[in-house]
Each structure stands twice: as structure tokens, then as C-alpha cells.
Ligand binder design. Structure first.
Ligand SMILES: [Zn+2]
Length: 462
């Protein structure tokens, strides 16, 4: 039997990235995610996986965002016996991300009176199956299926995976693709050796602010916010966005472009993630950034940065009545410490809320971005009088032109390109552009569809 690909999640963004790949002799998954920005107890997430878990040989994870790893420990509860392949930074990051997720899942499950999806023991079991892989080194993940990962410049350790069967048919899954050029991560590498490619489409219909404009835009917004005299809130994902913001604040303060005000990093998770970034900087960052690191000792830490790990330290931030920046998770204001700060500061007209990342439809962050005056945050109605500033240039995702370029680089070999992992409208928009500009068959996959993958492209089986 030829190679087959089943879209088990990520086609509709409800359950996160999850792909089943079956060869003549081996079976593997790429990613096993959970969707963010929603209540974690949605039934679909708790349902058994739609495949026979004990017969899987391997799980390859593209990167440590929860929408790519969030259900992986649940595999252990369903009898997963295979190996887990990830890059070394992904291993470290997924450990901290999953333990934080387990804590939130447990809280949510308790409040709904249901058992948690998984706990720390399942995470320990999953982590014990990990074999780390480096970019560009091919390995056998499952009988008859060899894999190679390449950097995608999306977050530290992120990678695409190309799977080749014994006939030499190549299927690539991009995971998430970073916007280029990145400030300190290396740029995404092209995939030119796949017959069929599944690519992300999160920003498939959007254009990011030009990279050159985004720092002045941020600086000017910070100045406006400081003129209002109040607190600046930044809901930020712990991975990548937080580090990127720290990097830029440090540079802007060093250059005297903004006043040196306290920056509270109020997130134990982001503090730990930043440590992982520092640990791997030397080997994974671009040469210019490594040089800067040697020169400055740290890319992310600066004298006005205050890391508040403990609950007490977090609570004490409110005693600082001067202008300040508070950065905390969750990135879509759907939980975590940012909620408490938003409840306190959003009713205050001197506050500025800066939105620097993607906000999923329905999330509190998306509602705030859309300008609602009343929002429900952590079970409390909040009257919004703060100024909301939205930025599009800080996304960790390639925009519509970056994605089209990535699809272009897959030519001439890729005969079919699937656009997945985005909202349906952006997946459709990207597919249409790929078809129009590149003349390649581009398909928006639907959940649970199974496709046969051959050297001439993909053919729908069910
Ligand atoms: Zn991601």
C-alpha cells in the first residue's frame, strides 16, 4: 500500500495539529495538539483518538506550541508504545509547556467535575520515549518511513518534517512557518523534495506590517502609552513572542528610545521558556545574534526587567503605581496571570493594552482587539476604558506572501499542496493563491479525510 495521510486535527482548528501517516509497514503521527483560546473541556478534545494508538510506531513533533503538543500525553493513556522524535530545544520547551497545560487542564476538569485529560505521570512517560533529532539528519521513525527535519524559524527548535517511504515518495508537513527575516532565530528552510506538502495557513489571508516598520511602530505606541501615564499590559505567549518583546525592549531602552521603566515578566512559564532560549542560543540562533550575545551576555535580560515567579511577587506588582509594562500569559487573555491584571487595569483610561499576537475568534483577546467595551475575563465582567493598540508585525507566522513564497520553493516537485492549520477563510485564500500564482493543485483538507500520497500528488480515499 502506498503512503496515506489522514487529517485527524488541524483541518478545522478545533483540535490542534494531528496527522496520521501510514506506510506499507509503519505508522506514525505528526503532532498531537490541543486548540488554545477555548475552554479546555470541549468534548472533542477528550474523545479517544480516531486511530489505534498502540499500533503507532512514532510521533514526530514539529514544535512546542500547545496546538502541536497539547494532547500528546493523552496518547500514553491510550497505550502508545512508540518513540517520540523532537529537536533538543523542543524537548525542553515541551516539558515546561505540558506541565503548565496539565495544571490548567486539572483545574478546568475539576470545575466541570470530570477527570483530567492527563497528569504529570503521563508527561513523564511521554518524555521518557523521546529521542532527540537534529535538523538535516535523516532517521528511520517507523518501519519503511524515514524522516528529516528542517528549521522553520517559527519558535526555538521548530521544524518541518519530510517523510519518505520505501518507494521514495516524499510527504512534507511544515508545522508552523516563521516570518522572515527573524531577529535572532534562523530563517525557515525551503522544502524542495516533497511530492505532497501540508503547509500551515494561519496568516494565509493577511499581510504583516513590514519588518522595518514594526520597531518604530512599537516605539511610538509605547511613547503614546507612557504619555497616558498608566500601565502597559501585554498578553503574550510564553514562547517566542515574550522573548522577542524582551529583546526589543532591551534594545529600545539601551538606545534611549524609550524611558527605562520597569518591565514585569509575570509568568513562571515565560521565565522558564526564556531560560531554554538562552540555553540553546549559542547553537540555534543566527550568527549575528550569537555575536550580540557574546557582546551583551544576554539577549533577553536587562536591568529594568523584573521576573516575578512567585504569587506574592506577582501580587506586589500593583504596589508599583508608576508607569510600567506588565507582560504575562495567556496570549489570548483566556487565563493565566494577565487576566487578573486586565481585571484591575482595563477599566482605567490611562491603561494601554498592547496586542502583539494572533487572537483566535471567540477568545477574550479577539474581543478586545475588535473593540468591545465589556468583556468577560476569568468569570468577571470587565468594563474596558483602556486604549487598545494592535500590532500585526510581531507574528511568529509567515504572512500570505511569505507562505506563497514557501509554496513556490516547494516547486517543481510538489504536485499537491494542502493548506491546513488556519481558519477556513485563510486556508481557502492561500489555496486559491497557490493555484492561481503557481498553477499547483492546492486543497483545503477537511477533518478525518484520508488521502493517498504518490509521486504524482494526492488522491482522496475517504
Ligand atoms: Zn506554533
Amino acid at each position: 500500500m502506498a503512503l496515506t495521510l489522514t487529517f485527524c486535527g488541524g483541518g478545522d482548528t478545533v483540535t490542534g495539529s494531528n496527522f496520521l501517516i501510514e506506510g506499507a509497514r509503519g505508522k506514525m503521527l505528526v503532532d498531537c495538539g490541543i486548540e488554545q483560546g477555548r475552554d479546555f473541556v470541549e468534548k472533542e478534545m477528550y474523545a479517544p483518538f480516531p486511530y489505534d494508538v498502540p499500533s503507532l510506531d512514532a510521533l514526530v513533533i514539529t514544535h512546542a506550541h500547545l496546538d502541536h503538543i497539547g494532547r500528546a500525553p493523552k496518547l500514553m493513556r491510550e497505550g502508545f508504545k512508540g518513540k517520540v522524535y523532537v529537536t533538543p530545544p523542543t524537548r525542553d520547551l515541551m516539558d515546561i509547556m505540558l506541565r503548565d497545560s496539565a495544571r490548567i487542564l486539572a483545574e478546568n476538569a475539576r470545575s466541570h467535575g470530570i477527570p483530567a485529560m492527563y497528569d504529570d505521570r503521563d508527561i513523564d512517560a511521554l518524555m521518557s520515549r523521546i529521542e532527540t533529532v537534529e535538523y538535516h539528519k535523516e532517521w528511520i521513525a517507523a518501519p519503511g518511513l524515514s524522516c528529516i527535519m528542517r528549521n522553520t524559524g517559527h519558535i526555538l527548535g521548530s521544524g518541518s518534517v519530510r517523510i519518505t517511504d520505501e518507494d521514495g515518495t516524499g510527504l512534507a508537513l511544515t508545522g508552523d512557518i516563521g516570518a522572515t527575516p527573524n531577529v535572532y532565530l534562523r530563517d525557515a528552510e525551503a522544502i524542495d523534495d516533497a511530492d505532497v506538502m501540508v503547509m500551515e495557513s494561519v496568516y494565509g489571508d493577511r499581510k504583516n506590517t513590514e519588518k522595518g516598520d514594526r520597531v518604530p511602530e512599537l516605539r511610538d505606541a509605547l511613547k503614546r502609552a507612557l504619555a497616558r501615564g498608566g500601565t502597559i499590559l501585554i498578553p503574550a505567549f510564553s514562547l517566542e513572542r515574550t522573548q522577542l518583546m524582551l529583546y526589543e525592549f532591551s534594545n529600545l531602552m539601551d538606545a534611549g528610545e524609550i524611558p527605562r521603566i520597569p518591565v514585569y515578566l509575570d509568568s513562571p512559564l515565560a521565565i522558564k521558556a526564556t531560560e531554554v532560549y538562552e540555553k540553546y542560543a549559542e547553537n540555534y540562533f543566527r550568527p549575528e545574534a550569537v555575536e550580540e550575545l557574546h557582546h551583551e551576555k544576554s539577549l533577553f535580560k536587562f536591568p529594568f526587567l523584573k521576573e516575578t515567579t512567585s504569587r506574592e511577587a506577582s501580587m506586589a506588582i500593583w504596589q508599583d503605581h508608576g508607569p510600567k509594562i506588565i507582560m504575562a500569559g495567556a496570549g489570548m487573555s483566556h487565563g493565566g496571570r494577565i487576566g487578573r491584571h486586565e481585571q484591575k487595569y482595563l477599566p482605567d483610561p490611562t491603561t494601554t493594552l498592547m496586542i502583539v499576537g494572533y487572537q483566535a475568534p471567540g477568545s477574550p483577546g479577539r474581543l478586545l482587539q475588535d473593540g468591545v467595551k465589556h468583556v468577560r475575563i476569568d468569570k468577571k465582567d470587565v468594563h474596558v476604558r483602556a486604549t487598545i493598540e494592535s500590532f500585526s508585525g510581531w507574528s511568529a507566522h509567515a504572512d500570505r506572501d511569505g507562505l506563497l513564497d514557501f509554496a513556490h520553493m516547494a516547486q517543481p516537485r510538489a504536485k499537491t499542496i494542502f493548506t491546513a492549520l488556519g481558519e477556513p477563510s485563510s486556508a481557502r485564500f492561500l489555496a486559491q493563491r497557490i493555484h492561481e500564482y503557481l498553477g499547483v493543485t492546492a486543497i483545503v483538507p477537511e477533518k478525518n479525510q484520508k488521502w493517498e500520497i504518490t509521486k504524482v500528488g494526492a488522491k482522496r480515499l475517504s
